[in-house]
Design a protein around this ligand. Sequence first.
Ligand SMILES: [Fe+2]
Ligand SMILES: [Fe+2]
Length: 290
Amino acid sequence: MSDASKESNPLENIEQWEDFVETATYPEPEHKKREDYRNYDDPARDCVREFYRLNHKHQTFDFVMKKREEFLGERRERKELTIIESIELLNTLVDDSDPDIDLPQIQHLLQTSESIRARGCDDWFVLVGLIHDLGKLLCVFGEQQWAVVGDTFPVGCQFSDKIVYPEFFADNPDSQDPRYNTKLGIYEEGCGLRNVYMSWGHDEYMYQRVKDYLPDPGLYMIRYHSFYAWHREGEYEYLLDDHDRAMLPWVKRFNPFDLYTKSPKEPVWSELRPYYEDLIAKYLPPTLKW
Ligand SMILES: [Fe+2]
Ligand SMILES: [Fe+2]
């Protein structure tokens, strides 16, 4: 990575954020000792901090509007890919610094979906596991890390201080803007999350690709899986409607599969691929337009 690129993309790879979330949000699993993550001199930790500094500074209401127009608007020239092609394209985001890990993106998707399947959950839930992070293709399309991964949060109203590294919001211009810096900002009490603009990233982008095809609990998992201030901290109650409250348990149910299924025994894509091709065909159109 060049120096200039390193400045705007401080993480060694986008999984580094998820490794951080895993330890910042839940008790550490046995194999990762607490001390490893409380060391603020740890260079990996510095990368994550710098990543959040950029994320919190630049994710403004105007930025979100601009990205929504760019990626969700009519004028975008969309690349048309099957889900399998999309997964394989995402997998080109290889982490050069870690040659031991084969196919890291496919592995995360497969390990998530296979652990959901092993629990005997509905097949649409398994499919959600497989596709939930495909919005990370934004990185392949040249978007900066802080605009693809990281916790998501509402823009257009006051930032919760339960979002990780809340002090960095002081550099976000919206914190000084009277339209956006009150509790409700541009929203009405109880308006429902579907009427709330979230910081821009892979969750919303993927949700918009599949919103017509999956059951609502699955869509909530895709759209809000990085909204930790809500599903972990219980913040933003005043924006929710009854449907959001009904869907929250599903989002919470998905989270451990996303975070804690890095099994040492890797599922083999070539063996599982026929099963997933059938599952994809059951719910999704032959191609998605990115
Ligand atoms: Fe994700
Ligand atoms: Fe994930």
